[in-house]
Design a protein around this ligand. Sequence first.
Ligand code: FAD
Length: 572
Amino acid sequence: RASRTFHDYPSLSKLALLCTVSGGGLLTFSDARPFHGAYADAIHTNQKKKRVVVLGTGWAGTSFLKNLKDSSYEVQVVSPRNYFAFTPLLPSVTNGTVEARSVVEPIRSIVRKKPFDVQLREAECLKIDAVNKKVYCRSTQDTNLGGEVEFTVDYDYLVIAMGARSNTFNTPGVEENCHFLKEVEDAQRIRRTIIDCFERATLPAISEEERKRILHFVVVGGGPTGVEFAAELHDFVIDDLAKLYPTVKDHVKITLLEAADHILNMFDKRITAFAEEKFQRDGIDLKTGSMVVKVTDKAISTKERATGENRSIPYGMIVWSTGIGTRPVIMDFMKQIGQTNRRVLATDEWLRVEGHDGIYALGDCATINQRKIMEDIMAIFSKADKNQSGTLTLADFNDVIKDICERYPQVEIYLKKKQLKNFVDILKNYQGNDQKEIIDIELFKAALSEVDAQMKSLPATAQVAAQQGAYLANCFNRMEECEKNPEGPLRFRGSGHHRFRPFRYKHLGQFAPLGGEQTAAQLPGDWVSIGQSTQWLWYSVYASKQVSWRTRALVVSDWGRRFIFGRDSSRI
Ligand code: FAD
């Protein structure tokens, strides 16, 4: 975009360059300026505007930026990537079904038409100082921006959307020897390594045993990402590589290791069974109940849960996909604010970091604190029980439940899922008494623990992150309006209403692509669909969810190219 602007407006571009050379001045062309920490430190912020700092340009951060419309903010974005990546298509990037550049969109393009000033700093946040409302940053090391540049950014509101990192569970050798599939660069590296393995296997001086080792691809983790990658790799081998490397095709083996008893545990049992059968038919060696204990440069060691047997499996490439862990900077911040012994940042139902009014956390790096919600619910009951009798009438009880459902959508979702109208039904289930008109709060507490055990935190998905980003932006857009006319539920600590309604997650379903143009989908209402028609649904949903028309066109044309010409196996 920057180059087109320069081309179209040569005189403006010269002026911009002039400003750059003279160290800034009247015009601000943030795209044309070199980025230096000393300069960034000295940026004059408009003190009348509230300074919003967004950390991260993933699903949550980008959705927040896209939906923020109020011009009364001044926004600074800090992220080591100057683009947004459409992560659900990363498995397709690992084999060239889709090209890397088709799934990314520059953040500067996304925020170009915003009615407020947005400054992007391609840097990583090193530390959050909640006391002085400051974040410490360092320019990204793997770019050519001129080495490390450190600077600080002040904020009035901080939006933490830094996602998570791959979790190795501290398994020895994983960090050094395995590929992860988290970033675009990971997917590109995997693509090159697959081709490398095939090229090496065809070299003349390689023994049969070594050839087998090199062409043994191991995927660790039977979640949606691991399963999709294994399926994509299988398609790549069958559709393209087997034809290009006919002499070694019979040596290729794909193994999927999963510590639990089944793959795709978060899906309906029908999907799990279909996926396991399909993998068996395809010749993918699925080993469940197999825990990885160590990885060396040539072998992966596992311990079988059922037999306790230890195995050493030679491999050519491993892709490690066993879930997510906490980023060090988030861990450090959690320590600072007393949220130790947690995996991610705890927020309230307005996505505010607990106890910190101007700090919000969303996406994979945060979760709404379930335990706190249960404590709050109990406090609501105590408040409703005005004469502290330990009981409520059925009418009062139902009023309280209505309040709770308004305030805590998870409770309502749980009740709906269980097809229970309200907590009274749970109590009836619990105590087997249909007639009770007076509710014993102690009994209710016991029933509540049943609910607590079954109300899960939100999953770490793009869907949740994007909805949270949009929700928070919407709150920011209506900050002043809702200050005057609060729309949230009654405060039970203090008086009046909360400014905003709490965040409400709307589950739109989940896909599991299984290769060979077969996809499984679990849609709202636990509706399950599997097969080729679901694959077409997957194509249309993922095309429609693209962040821009440019990436939409690129992704669709990549799919078309793959149908006509197959995948490209050049190692570039
Ligand atoms: P991310 O999208 O990971 O973004 C984090 C951002 O923070 C990035 O821009 C990163 O560069 C930045 N950052 C990192 N460190 C710092 C730092 N120190 N300072 C500043 N910025 C920092 N979900 C689905 O719902 N459906 C799917 O089909 C699906 N498929 C997936 C496939 C793959 C291969 C992967 C890896 C994930 C998939 N997910 C899917 C999960 C989904 O991608 C995540 O849940 C989602 O990305 C979370 O969004 P986020 O904004 O919290 O984090």
